[in-house]
Design a protein around this ligand. Structure first.
Ligand SMILES: Cc1cc2nc3c(=O)[nH]c(=O)nc-3n(C[C@H](O)[C@H](O)[C@H](O)COP(=O)(O)OP(=O)(O)OC[C@H]3O[C@@H](n4cnc5c(N)ncnc54)[C@H](O)[C@@H]3O)c2cc1C
Length: 115
C-alpha cells in the first residue's frame, strides 16, 4: 500500500497538489504524488497564470492575494523551470467622464495595498 511506503500521499498534480507535495518534501517527509493523467492536466495547465491584485477588495482578499504574489516570487527564485513576471494591468477609458472614476479607482487600489 502506497500509504505504508510514504509519509504523505497527495492526490492530484495541479498547483494545489504539487505545491503541497513540494512543501511536504521540503519538510523532510517522503511524498507520493498521484495524478490520474499528467501533471497540470486540470485547470492548472489551462489557465493564463494571471495574479490579479487590482480586483481585490481591501482587507483579507488583498492580503491573501499579496501573500500569493510573495509566494510565486519566492518560487520563481527557487525553481529553475518556474517564472513570474509582474507586468501590471491596463484599464482603458475613452470618455473623459470616466477620468474621475478611474483616478478614484487607482487611489482606492493603492490604499488597499495594490502595488
Ligand atoms: C480557463 C481558466 C482560467 C483560469 N485563470 C486563472 C488565472 O488567470 N489566475 C488564477 O490564479 N487562477 C486561474 N484559474 C483558476 C486556477 O487555474 C485554479 O484555481 C487552479 O489551477 C486549481 O488548482 P488545483 O490544483 O486545485 O486543481 P487542478 O489544476 O484542476 O488539479 C487537479 C488535478 O487532480 C487530478 N485528479 C483529480 N482527481 C484525481 C484522482 N482521483 N486521482 C488522481 N488525480 C486526480 C486531475 O487530473 C488534475 O490534474 C483559471 C481556471 C480556468 C479553468
Amino acid at each position: 500500500m502506497v500509504t505504508q511506503l510514504f509519509d504523505a500521499v497527495v492526490v492530484g498534480g495541479g498547483i494545489a497538489g504539487t505545491a503541497s507535495a513540494y512543501y511536504l518534501r521540503r519538510q523532510g517527509l517522503s511524498v507520493a504524488l498521484i495524478e490520474q493523467h499528467a501533471p497540470a492536466w486540470g485547470a492548472s495547465g489551462r489557465n493564463p497564470g494571471f495574479l490579479w491584485l487590482q480586483t481585490k477588495a481591501a482587507g483579507t482578499a488583498m492580503e491573501f492575494s499579496l501573500a500569493g504574489r510573495r509566494f510565486v516570487e519566492a518560487l520563481a527564485g527557487e525553481l529553475p523551470d518556474f517564472g513570474f513576471r509582474a507586468c501590471g494591468g491596463l484599464i482603458i477609458y475613452r470618455d473623459e467622464a470616466f477620468a474621475e472614476a478611474a483616478r478614484a479607482f487607482v487611489a482606492d487600489r493603492a490604499q488597499a495595498g495594490c502595488r
